[in-house]
Design a protein around this ligand. Structure first.
Ligand code: NAD
Ligand code: UFG
Length: 336
């Protein structure tokens, strides 16, 4: 299929592009480089041995986005582009509503105008807020605790409305749990700007010596060791979920919400220990107060993905840490 990949130079998008090209899909990437750089396109060419077709365009720029639709006959869209920093979304809500919701509306208007009826959307486990129980199933109530989460719920609702209005429409909102890891080549991975907010990128920078210790946000949760528990998923597994979801859009019309997670949780201290083993580095840590807005435990019920998409995770926590470490270590060496 010929696929438009928005945000395809970002962390999850880039790994998915590698797998799309390996599965003989044709890919056009659109990215505004707000959270990545053009070098990623070269890395993608190195990994795949294929020419990377990409356009530097902002989804908020309707006219330039339309030119891409005019010049290509797309079969479907994978929509990764968006801003994702929860804290920033609380400070700058309009930036998030604009970039995540208005931009998605632009994209969906053009899909309608050019009769592109398949979309895979990057949603998030954040739509479950503080769930009543774990594992989390797709039919749990959705609830946002911050503007970022609101934008994901809003776009899910917009997709559901279009699915009612257009009987040819086929949408899958993939609700990712906690993506970590990197491509085995060590060439692409997650390279956050500034101080990492997420656990694994932060630990990785402690391992390189860039930061002196891990701040563990609370050890008084109702979990086995008192630290927060999350469902970490290798970005390669996440990417393969998109390929399977794309295949599934050929078989159904309407909308589906599907969790992509391992179905199993690890605590902050377990992740720290796995990373120390993978990197062969010590990870000093200190216990801090809980981080505002954090919940104790989140992990997926991943049965729907298995049932509908024939998808389940292949990689365990040790490999996630080894691959994250290879990428971060390479970056640190490049910067020396
Ligand atoms: P990322 O920031 O690495 O990738 C997003 C890409 O979109 C970036 O390359 C950025 O430059 C681009 N982009 C942003 N706004 C754009 C716009 N208006 N026009 C064009 N390009 C734009 O993030 P990621 O981790 O790869 O996340 C991809 C998607 O998955 C996002 O929608 C995110 O909300 C969602 N998600 C991520 C996580 C996570 O923890 N990484 C978890 C759940 C959901
Ligand atoms: N943590 C620390 N120290 C850190 C960073 C994180 O102790 O420096 C802890 C957190 O308290 C939490 C766990 O590590 O218990 C995971 O935290 P992350 O920030 O890595 O991930 P979250 O589960 O908080 O949130 C992530 C994304 C959200 C997304 C959510 C669900 O950041 O955007 O997963 O997909 F919504």
């Amino acid at each position: 299929m010929k696929i438009l990949v928005t945000g395809g130079l970002g962390y999850i998008g880039s790994h998915t592009v590698v797998q799309l090209l390996a599965s003989d899909h044709e890919v056009v990437i659109v990215d505004n480089l707000s959270n990545t750089s053009e070098d990623v396109a070269q890395k993608l060419a190195d990994i795949t041995g294929k020419e990377i077709n990409y356009e530097i365009v902002d989804l908020l720029d309707y006219d330039n986005l339309e030119t891409i639709f005019k010049n290509n006959d797309f079969d479907g869209v994978i929509h990764f582009a968006g801003l994702k920093a929860v804290g920033e979304s609380v400070e700058l809500p309009l930036k998030y509503y604009d970039n995540n919701v208005t931009a998605s509306i632009n994209l969906l208007k053009l899909m309608e105008k050019y009769t592109v009826n398949k979309i895979i959307f990057s949603s998030s486990a954040t739509v479950y807020g503080d769930p009543i129980s774990v594992p989390i199933k797709e039919d749990f109530a959705t609830f946002a605790t911050n503007p970022y989460g609101q934008t994901k719920i809003m776009v899910e609702n917009i997709l559901a409305d279009i699915a009612v209005a257009n009987p040819e429409f086929s949408a899958i909102a993939l609700r990712y749990f906690n993506p970590v890891g990197a491509h085995a080549s060590g060439l692409i991975g997650e390279n956050p700007k500034g101080i990492p907010n997420n656990l694994v990128p932060f630990i990785a920078q402690v391992a390189t010596g860039e930061r002196d210790h891990l701040r563990v946000w609370g050890n008084d949760y109702d979990t086995a060791d008192g630290t927060g528990v999350r469902d970490y998923i290798h970005v390669e597994d996440l990417a393969s979920g998109h390929i399977k979801a794309l295949d599934y859009t050929n078989k159904f019309k309407g909308i589906e919400f599907i969790n992509l997670g391992a179905g199993k949780g690890y605590s902050v201290l377990e992740v720290k220990d796995a990373f120390a083993k993978a990197s062969n580095k010590e990870i000093p840590f200190e216990i801090y107060e809980r981080r505002a807005g954090d919940i104790a435990t989140s992990y997926a019920n991943a049965e729907k993905a298995l049932e509908l998409l024939d998808w389940k995770v292949q990689y365990d926590l040790d490999i996630m840490c080894e691959d994250s470490w290879r990428f971060t270590d390479n970056l640190a060496e490049d910067q020396e």
